[in-house]
Design a protein. Structure first.
Ligand code: FAD
Ligand code: NAD
Length: 466
């Protein structure tokens, strides 16, 4: 039987990054993945394919709606070839998952293909291509998550679908009904409205992206409305049924009336659930809480001392970069180091266009905590760079402590915000004040100037360009 210092179950961004860091730190490392490709949800059916489809559909929108204003004329009709678009997406996925194979080899990590299940706290049985059993001193559970569903919905995966099927459709829906105005619903909703589908978003709460700063929800809602999407807030879905090629969704509105929606596809995007099916965690004595999460302490250690857990399968935001940080954290802990993660500074990004990005506290959270703060906001339309490219929607908002001026939260919506948020994370990691940000140079003309201007507005309300 092969023996390891550490074995990792699951090869998503949590698992494969943990494996690399363990190997870098000199541990003999194995990784077990039930699918034939590595990379987990993120690389196969999550972050990467959704961004490929967002990019392709963005190009189409630019070509059909904006090229003309730039003086670019395309003779003839511009058409979507969805089959080709999906094939390109798959090629991007294949290249990316292939990259993980390379990284595993480069770091001498043994890869086992098959379902890993605990026999006891140090032995894992593998069922599948590489069937057998391995032994490991330490084990990291990185089994990720699967889409959640509502109890009364039957996902037929044909017309009543999750994000996984929505990334593989054979036709552009005529009318896509989306249940859940969260990250998946909005990213994939934007893909399909750009490609010509009518889109209806049904959200239970009173706004889209309910966990983000309300200002961002409001601004993105405007973008979807401008694209003629129906944004049905405060609607509680009661039933979803198939009628031939039609899907009928009934939802109760605020007044208690039942409203009916008819479409040809229904995307259910109401969150994801931690995944431990088939893991046989009981055999090792690992505790799973009533939310289905593997329970961990501050060191990401389960109740069984040599077993750790990371990523979507434990508490916290279900984000690839959070899983990666945790993978590194556990590897370094096993090596006797003292790593640290500040969960308040894990940024959140929605890859629509305009992009939405945030880090730290929202205004709602600061109010609730009774923290006095100042807010400085700067609109993208006041930036030369934004006007040059025609990306004038959005703003950057900086929230700073009223007394100390320390930055407590940064919330932005606009072009390239997914990248701009890194500046805010860096500033907050170093506990910068708004004045600090306002005093260092930002290249002109860039979108990043909005960050400086918002900092000037937060410091003492003296932005230069509005
Ligand atoms: P996963 O990536 O889910 O990987 C777990 C792996 O474990 C899987 O490969 C699974 O097959 C394997 N596994 C499970 N059980 C076993 C077992 N018993 N034996 C062997 N293998 C097993 N996050 C972002 O940060 N940015 C984004 O842009 C983003 N976009 C997304 C878009 C979509 C459509 C979706 C669905 C998710 C997106 N996410 C995004 C979320 C992100 O994918 C997850 O947070 C991330 O993949 C979690 O990583 P993980 O390693 O914890 O688990
Ligand atoms: P989510 O939690 O972002 O959004 C789910 C939405 O569904 C919420 O707004 C919620 O209020 C709503 N909802 C819940 N029950 C409902 C009901 N009965 N009727 C109507 N609406 C209802 O979840 P998601 O969009 O499914 O994404 C799942 C996870 O994947 C998220 O945790 C997210 O972090 C991750 N993800 C991240 C990215 C990214 O980082 N860009 C992209 C996609 C997914």
């Amino acid at each position: 039987m092969n023996s390891y210092d550490v074995a990792i179950i699951g090869s998503g961004p949590g698992g494969y990054v943990a494996a690399i860091r363990c190997a870098q730190l000199g541990m003999k490392t194995a990784i077990i993945e039930k699918y034939s490709t590595l990379g987990g949800t993120c690389l196969n059916v999550g972050c990467i394919p959704s961004k490929a489809m967002l990019s392709s559909s963005h190009h189409y929108e630019e070509a059909t709606k904006h090229f003309e204003e730039h003086g670019i004329e395309i003779p003839g009709e511009i058409k979507v070839n969805l089959e080709k678009m999906v094939a390109r997406k798959q090629a991007v996925v294949n290249q990316t998952t292939g990259g993980i194979d390379f990284l595993m080899k480069k770091n001498n990590i043994d890869v086992y293909e098959g379902l890993g299940s605990f026999k006891d706290a140090t032995h894992i049985k593998i069922d599948g291509k590489d069937a057998g059993e391995i032994e490991a001193k330490n084990i990291i559970i990185a089994t990720g998550s699967k889409p959640s569903n509502l109890p009364f919905i039957t996902l037929d995966k044909e017309r009543i679908i999750t994000s996984t099927e929505a990334l593989e459709l054979k036709e552009v829906p005529k009318h896509m009904i989306i249940i859940g105005g969260g990250v998946i619903g909005l990213e994939l909703g934007q893909v399909y409205y750009r490609l010509g589908a009518e889109v209806t978003v049904i959200e239970y709460m009173d706004r889209i992206l309910p966990t983000m700063d309300a200002g961002l929800s409001k601004e993105l809602n405007k973008v979807f409305k401008k694209a003629k999407c129906k944004m049905m807030m405060s609607h509680k879905v009661q039933s979803v049924e198939r009628d031939g090629d039609e899907v009928i969704v009934k939802a109760e509105n605020k007044k208690g009336d039942l409203v009916e929606f008819r479409g040809d596809y229904c995307l259910v995007s109401v969150g994801r659930r931690p995944y431990t099916d088939g893991l046989n965690a009981e055999a090792a004595g690992v505790k799973i809480n009533d939310r289905g999460q593997v329970e961990v302490n501050d060191h990401l250690q389960t109740n069984v001392p040599n077993i750790y857990a990371i990523g979507d399968v434990i508490r916290g935001a279900m984000l690839a970069h959070k899983a990666e940080e945790e993978g590194v954290f556990v590897a370094e802990t096993l090596a006797g180091q003292k790593p640290h993660i500040d969960y308040n500074l894990i940024p959140g990004v929605v890859y629509t266009w305009p992009e939405v990005a945030a880090v730290g506290k929202t205004e709602e959270e600061l109010k609730e905590a009774g923290i006095e703060y100042k807010a400085g906001q700067f609109p993208f339309r006041a930036l030369g760079r934004a006007r040059a490219s025609g990306d004038t929607d959005g703003f950057v908002k900086i929230l700073a402590d009223k007394t100390t001026d320390e930055v407590l939260g940064v919330h932005m919506i606009g072009a390239r915000c997914a990248d701009l948020i890194a500046e805010a994370v860096t500033a907050m990691e170093f506990r910068a004040s708004a004045e600090d940000i306002s005093r260092y140079s930002h290249a002109h003309p860039t979108f990043a100037e909005a960050v400086k201007e918002a900092a000037l507005a937060a410091t003492d309300n003296r932005p230069l360009h509005v």
